[in-house]
Design a protein around this ligand. Structure first.
Ligand code: CMP
Length: 300
């Protein structure tokens, strides 16, 4: 595995001792390979949307392989077991004997059979000696499932703890947890800009934000309120409005983490908005939202 390359190579010298400069070289090479694999994944249409945590785990699970010139690395129709990243060399990809493409360093291949549980869709042959990195199906799918499930449970637990969502049925919460994306903002970042179009809804998972509005007479920004963990904003986007009525600015030295839902996935997965609308209204009644905010909601 790539995360143990440094250690295994560090212990592989004849006297079991590695000079500091050699150690640096080995570490640099491992780092370079990691970066190369990460870029290859981000360059692959089918894998570029994996989150960075998943990519990091995949990179750490990769092991090195060498394939000699003219060897068949992947045979069309086979059950595949490895996803490859090319470090050095050149391969040709053919299907039914027809050349599809050539691939060189920094490319992922063999991902389709593993991602989509199908047989190999093409044959990949080494045109030169190839140095490759590979991850096996079990390891790859384990990462995909574990991180996916962990994330889902974490989001679901968080949603359950958010006052606003307390009354929603478990099934709806689970669907929301499915479509959530995580986003991080640095202190001072504008998460939402007044007047801009937007179709995303945010729940604060960590940190604080300022809600500000431009005074129409003085054009000065006024702070209307502070929101914190468990609070939400941008909800009007889910109800169909897309012009933002206030600024939301990250106001936390450690930055702000948000869970984000866009209107499209929300509508697609949670066809009725009534649940949420109901909760918002009830929530405001019960919580007695501060008057500034209530005014803002009525007058915008
Ligand atoms: P997989 O089907 O697992 O094994 C063969 C691989 O060839 C496949 O994954 C892709 O990585 C690659 N491949 C298939 N079709 C094409 C194509 N049209 N262009 C480039 N690469 C392809």
């Amino acid at each position: 595995r790539l995360n143990s390359v440094t250690n295994s190579q560090a212990h592989s010298t004849s006297n079991g001792y590695l000079t500091n400069s050699r150690k640096m070289v080995v570490m640099k090479e491992a780092e370079r390979s990691k970066e190369m694999i990460k870029s290859a994944i981000l360059d692959n249409d089918f894998m570029k949307n994996l989150d960075l945590g998943q990519i990091r785990e995949i990179v750490d699970c990769m092991h090195p392989l060498e394939n000699p010139k003219d060897s068949t690395i992947i045979k069309e129709g086979d059950v595949g077991s490895l996803v490859y990243v090319m470090e050095e060399g050149k391969v040709e990809v053919t299907k039914d004997g027809q050349l599809l493409t050539h691939m060189g360093p920094g490319k992922v291949f063999g991902e389709l059979a593993i991602l989509y549980n199908c047989t190999r869709t093409a044959t990949v042959k080494a045109l030169t000696n190839c140095r490759l990195w590979a991850i096996d199906r079990q390891c790859f799918q384990g990462i995909m499932m574990r991180t996916g499930l962990l994330r889902h449970t974490e989001h679901l637990n968080f949603l359950r703890s958010v006052h606003t969502f307390k009354g929603l049925p478990e099934e709806t919460l689970s669907k929301i947890a499915d479509v959530l994306e995580e986003a991080h903002y640095n202190n001072g970042d504008y998460i939402i800009r007044q007047g801009a179009r937007g179709d995303t809804f945010y729940i604060i998972a960590k940190g604080k934000v300022k809600v500000t509005k431009r005074n129409s007479k003085t054009q000065e920004e006024q702070v209307i309120r502070l929101l914190q963990k468990g609070d939400y904003f941008g909800e009007r986007a889910l109800l169909g409005e897309d012009v933002r009525t206030a600024n939301i600015i990250s106001a936390d030295a450690a930055g702000v983490d948000c869970l984000v839902i866009d209107r499209e996935s929300y509508l697609q997965l949670i066809s009725t908005l009534d649940d949420l609308k109901q909760i918002y209204e009830d929530d405001e009644d019960k919580a007695g939202v501060d008057s500034e905010y209530a005014k803002l909601k009525l007058t915008d």
